[in-house]
Design a protein around this ligand. Structure first.
Ligand SMILES: *Cc1c(COP(=O)(O)O)cnc(C)c1O
Length: 402
């Protein structure tokens, strides 16, 4: 075979990478290897929730690194028990399983849901209802749960037991629930799919549908959880919408790889000794960082900051929509998970933003997303808006000449 024409010949070519590399970060700033400073409104795709090189996280990591990194789940891990206690004290959940990524958290959620029905004497209840435009990760189960063709094609037969309904269309969900349905999995605010948000009333209605049908409700809050919407979890905006199972990851480790599947006692009743496991999951190093990140994110002042800055951002972006109606078509999302549907191609717009030293993420439905660290200040957000506007101007000028 001839070598692929790549400047990274030894890295599997699965990413469409921006030709930029960074050597240092501090808060909302990233410094590239060629010495430029960027304003980072990607934050590792909503992962560096507390910004880069956060001193509290650096301290937690380095302190634990001197003591103990890994022992495996053969033993009790006090740091894991402590973080699980904090996660359950502050949510609907009773128990937690720790993995190393979002997709692993979703895998655990899907297994927990199926096992619940098997343990209840209904092993035929294995079907999972997901939603169009969803994203749950890149493992076999998670790509089948989300149903995005471009992630599934070429990887062999589709897995049985997965169907998709239209996002927010509960009649479609009702029509797809049958005697073999195990669970519904949904992002309360879609991330990759273009920052589409469900209303509190919609979440409560979906909860009722699931309860009435005796099926489990799984929230994928990997992107919209951990303070991103201004509450610790997005479902808290809708009283009475608590799930049975929930996946979190991304900002939970502040950049350290951690995923967690949270569940009620009842929903996890089939997850007995031997039912599931992970070598790295929940190791002392990850748990020490996770605990520090969690405690910072759960602070009322931080969550208030998300609400304050996101209110400012939304108002400013509405202004841009009025001034650049061909560039900014729609503003979506919740809190600091901001989606902006673009007139010009979203990838082209991201390049224009980059020229202004502003980093933003892409998204489905020709959106760009702003996912800054949750501790971004209003002044920094103002700077982001100025750069975003400069990119809008450039996009408008480009459209005028073409
Ligand atoms: C990122 C993401 C995942 C997958 O997480 P990985 O850590 O990449 O496996 C799953 N669900 C949602 C909503 C996400 O945003």
């Amino acid at each position: 075979m001839s070598a692929p024409t790549s400047t990274m010949p030894h890295v599997m070519a699965v990413y469409g990478r921006t030709p930029l590399a960074f050597e240092r970060g501090e808060g909302v700033r990233l410094y590239s290897t060629d010495g430029e400073a960027y304003l980072d409104c990607v934050a590792g795709i909503a992962t560096n929730g507390l910004g880069h090189a956060n001193p509290v996280l650096v301290e937690a990591l380095t302190k634990q690194a001197q003591k103990l990194w890994h022992v495996s789940n053969i033993y009790r891990i006090p740091e894991q028990e402590a973080l699980a206690t904090r996660l359950t004290e502050t949510s609907f959940a009773d128990v937690v399983f720790f993995g190393n990524s979002g997709a692993e958290a979703v895998e655990c959620a899907l297994k927990t849901a199926r096992k619940y029905h098997a343990a209840s004497g209904n092993p035929e209840r294995s079907e999972i209802i997901g939603f169009e435009g969803a994203f749950h990760g890149r493992t076999y189960a998670t790509i089948n749960a989300a149903g995005n063709d471009s992630y599934i094609d070429g990887f062999g037969p589709r897995l049985p037991g997965y169907v998709q309904a239209r996002f927010g269309d509960w009649d479609d969900v009702r029509a797809k629930i049958g005697p073999n349905t195990a669970a519904v999995i949904i992002e309360p605010v879609q991330g990759e799919g273009g920052a589409r948000s469900l209303t509190p009333a919609q979440l409560v209605e979906l909860r009722t549908i699931c309860s009435d049908a005796g099926i489990l409700l799984i929230y994928d809050e990997i992107q919209c959880g951990m303070g991103r919407t201004g509450k610790l979890y997005a479902y808290e905006w809708a009283a009475g919408s608590e799930p049975d199972i929930m996946c979190i990851a991304k900002a939970l480790g502040g950049g350290f790889p951690i995923g967690a599947c949270l569940s009620t006692h009842e929903a996890a009743k089939g997850m007995v000794v031997g039912a599931h496991g992970s070598t790295f999951g929940g190791n002392p190093l990850a748990m020490a960082v996770g605990m520090a990140a969690f405690d910072e994110i759960a602070k009322p002042a931080l969550l208030d900051n998300v609400t304050k800055v996101s209110g400012y951002l939304r108002q400013q972006l509405e202004g841009l929509k009025d001034r650049y109606p061909d560039v900014v078509l729609d503003i979506r999302g919740k809190g600091l998970l901001v989606g902006i549907k673009m007139g010009p191609n979203n990838r082209d717009f991201m390049a224009l933003a980059r020229e202004q030293k502003l980093l933003i993420a892409g998204g489905g439905d020709n959106c760009v997303r702003l996912l800054p660290p949750l501790n971004i200040t209003v002044e920094e957000a103002q700077e982001a808006v100025e750069k975003f506007e400069a990119a809008c101007k450039a996009a408008q000028a480009k459209a005028a000449v073409s």
